[in-house]
Ligand binder design. Structure first.
Ligand code: IYR
Length: 222
């Protein structure tokens, strides 16, 4: 064990930081119309540093963040995602599902996958792989709470990108196993979410939706 590195801020600083973070974060919107303007890689790297500092089951850090800026790879991803999404929208999704997302105005066309300067694909390591010292073979290591850990890391990633003045789309083409092949990731890694990142297009539009009020989502048992 080592001593915790913690500096307690003054109450005034606590309130100021809490308020400022809250005010910035609640302006985050999921964006589907991206500019192709380049983004400094440092902003992406810093956001992944933040995500990779997330708590995880047994501190196993069961994640890999694949960052793609190569236009040819983005194009392959777009082709594969649109093929799956077209099948989903036209055949696989239930009427109930289509109705639930109708107000978002989405369809199978995914131009953001080639417009956005970066795609970040978050992979979950369903289990770890380590070498058996006696046999030299790769053995599986159980990962605990991998879904929850990757979910928390992804939330922190989105927050860090938003704080950096970038916009994101949490996209989950379904099924998305093709991402493991295109990104050449090992068998233990599963794609969880595909996140285009960049600046919004000048004329970007978002659906006119609101968040539930605090008293609906916060239950205080005092
Ligand atoms: N994955 C599809 C459909 C979709 C599903 C939900 I749930 C959304 O909130 C939005 C879209 C797509 O990305 O278009």
């Amino acid at each position: 064990m080592i001593p915790l590195n913690y500096v307690r801020p003054s109450p005034a600083d606590q309130h100021a930081a809490s308020r400022s973070f809250m005010e910035t974060m609640i302006t985050r919107r999921t964006v589907r119309d991206f500019s192709s303007e380049p983004v400094p890689f440092e902003l992406i790297a810093n956001a992944i540093r933040v995500a990779a500092s997330a708590p995880s089951g047994a501190n196993q850090q069961p994640w890999t963040f694949v960052v793609i800026s190569d236009p040819a790879v983005k194009e392959r991803i777009r082709q594969a995602a649109e093929a799956e999404e077209r099948e989903s929208y036209e055949r696989r999704m239930s009427d109930e599902w289509l109705e639930a997302i109708a107000h978002l105005g989405t369809d199978w066309h995914k131009p953001h996958l080639t417009d956005a300067p970066y795609l970040i694909i978050v992979f979950k390591q369903a289990y770890g792989l380590k070498e058996d010292l006696e046999t030299g073979e790769q053995v599986k290591v159980k990962h605990y709470y991998a879904d929850e850990s990757v979910g928390i890391a992804t939330g922190m990633l989105l927050a860090a990108l938003h704080i950096s003045g970038l916009v994101t789309l949490t996209h989950t083409p379904s099924p998305m196993a093709f991402l493991r092949t295109i990104c050449d990731r090992p068998e233990n890694e599963r794609p969880v979410v595909l996140i285009p990142v960049g600046y919004p297009a000048r004329d970007a539009q978002v659906p006119d939706i609101s968040r539930k009020p605090l008293d609906e989502v916060l239950v205080h048992i005092g």
